[in-house]
Design a protein around this ligand. Structure first.
Ligand SMILES: Cc1cc2nc3c(=O)[nH]c(=O)nc-3n(C[C@H](O)[C@H](O)[C@H](O)COP(=O)(O)O)c2cc1C
Length: 369
């Protein structure tokens, strides 16, 4: 038996592994979630639900892709999809069944409501009665819902975040994660507001507002719906560096906080980077849409390989291990000055050589190397 343990505990919940399907098409109904659990996913954040699904009307098309010029691989993905349009009562039945069948895998209910205390109380009380393990509050969907003052319209305003999380915590008996928007300057402010109000954890990031491109035949931006469009949410590999920066800021400002990292994770090695930034779990949405649920075998293998290579036997051994590398630019300059000074006399790396190296780096870049 392998000595590598991929399980992880967060807010008193044990995940068989840190790989959780992110809210979106991969968690669109109980049937597909059951399939993902059979294949070995550690948990699933269901597609966001609300009390009145009749208000949710999607368009066709609702997706757009950015492809690599050379390989054609999808590197960025835009969607203008709304939250679940399936009736709340159907979801309640499905969640009850799902939890009975899969007691060991974590089902996290992503919920969203209008900015009214009674509405949030009702959705929390009725959903937690199904036996789900935790809530994720969607305070971050950037398109469509903000027109109804929901999603990102809440998450970009720390005062509203604090109020809504407070309402949820008044009635929730299970852990509550607040899912953050990246469409703001300082990710720490709304995360801090959520934690002040009692959130048990933070999930980051939701999608980034974007325009995937303009069709050069029709001159219409995409995805084009009856010759019109709206900016949509960007996800996939291209957003990973931005997501890593957001979780890093939140982890450094709130050491030890329960953090679920999301954004552009497609391999076990992508996931490891989020764990090193302080996340205990990771969520995969676009990656699962592009690669299929079966990718779970490979990402688990890659995580185990990384752990074996570094001698880590448990996830907790390396969560947040890269965070102490972040510093200020002035500190980087000072550290490099000390190294240069230490090298004086020992090697030829005097100030002139260092400046030469900076020039070489720039020259290589413009030459496409
Ligand atoms: C088609 C699509 C639908 C999504 N729907 C939701 C949703 O209903 N609720 C939510 O919180 N996030 C939703 N998301 C955002 C994802 O959960 C995730 O935060 C984001 O896409 C970044 O992760 P990724 O690069 O792994 O997709 C959706 C993403 C996509 C691509």
């Amino acid at each position: 038996m392998s000595s590598t343990d991929l399980s992880v505990e967060v807010n008193g919940m044990r995940f068989p592994n840190p790989f959780v399907l992110g809210s979106g098409p991969p968690g669109t109904n109980a049937k597909v979630i059951a399939k993902s659990f059979d294949l070995g996913w550690g948990g699933c954040v269901i597609k966001t639900i609300s009390l009145d699904a009749s208000k949710v009307v999607n368009t066709v098309p609702r997706y757009g892709k950015l492809k690599s010029r050379e390989s054609g691989e999808v590197i960025g993905f835009e969607n203008i999809e709304l939250i679940s349009d399936r009736p709340f009562s159907v979801w309640l039945e499905e969640l009850t069944e799902l939890k009975k069948r899969y007691p060991n895998q974590r089902v996290i209910a992503s919920i969203m409501e209008e900015c009214r205390r009674e509405a949030w109380h009702e959705i929390v009380e009725r959903t937690q009665a199904t036996g789900v393990d935790a809530f994720e509050l969607n305070l971050s969907c950037p398109h469509g819902l903000p027109e109804r003052r929901m999603g990102m319209a809440m998450g970009e305003n720390p005062e509203i975040v604090e109020e809504v999380v407070g309402w949820v915590k008044e009635v929730s008996k299970i852990p509550v994660w607040a899912k953050m928007t990246p469409n703001i300057g300082n990710p720490v402010l709304p995360a801090a507001a959520a934690l002040r109000a009692g959130a048990d954890g933070i999930a980051a990031i939701n999608t980034i507002l974007s325009i995937i491109g303009v069709d050069l035949d029709t001159l219409r931006p995409m995805p084009t719906v009856e010759a019109h469009t709206v900016p949509g949410g960007y996800s996939g590999q291209a957003v990973r560096p931005i997501a890593l920066r957001h979780v890093m800021e939140i982890a450094r400002s709130h050491p030890g906080v329960a953090l679920s990292g999301i954004g552009g994770i497609e391999t076990g090695y992508d996931a490891v980077q989020f764990l090193l930034m302080g996340c205990q779990t990771v969520q995969i949405c676009t990656g699962a849409m592009l690669r299929g649920y079966k990718m779970i075998d490979e990402v688990k293998r890659e995580l185990a390989e990384f752990m074996g290579r570094h001698g880590f036997s448990r996830i907790e051994d390396f969560v947040g291990k890269s965070l102490d590398a972040f510093s200020t630019h002035a500190d980087l300059v000072e550290r490099q000055r000390q190294v240069k000074a230490g090298n004086q006399g020992k090697t030829n790396r005097d100030a002139e050589t260092w400046n030469g190296e900076i020039e070489k780096e720039t020259a290589a870049l413009v030459a496409g190397r």
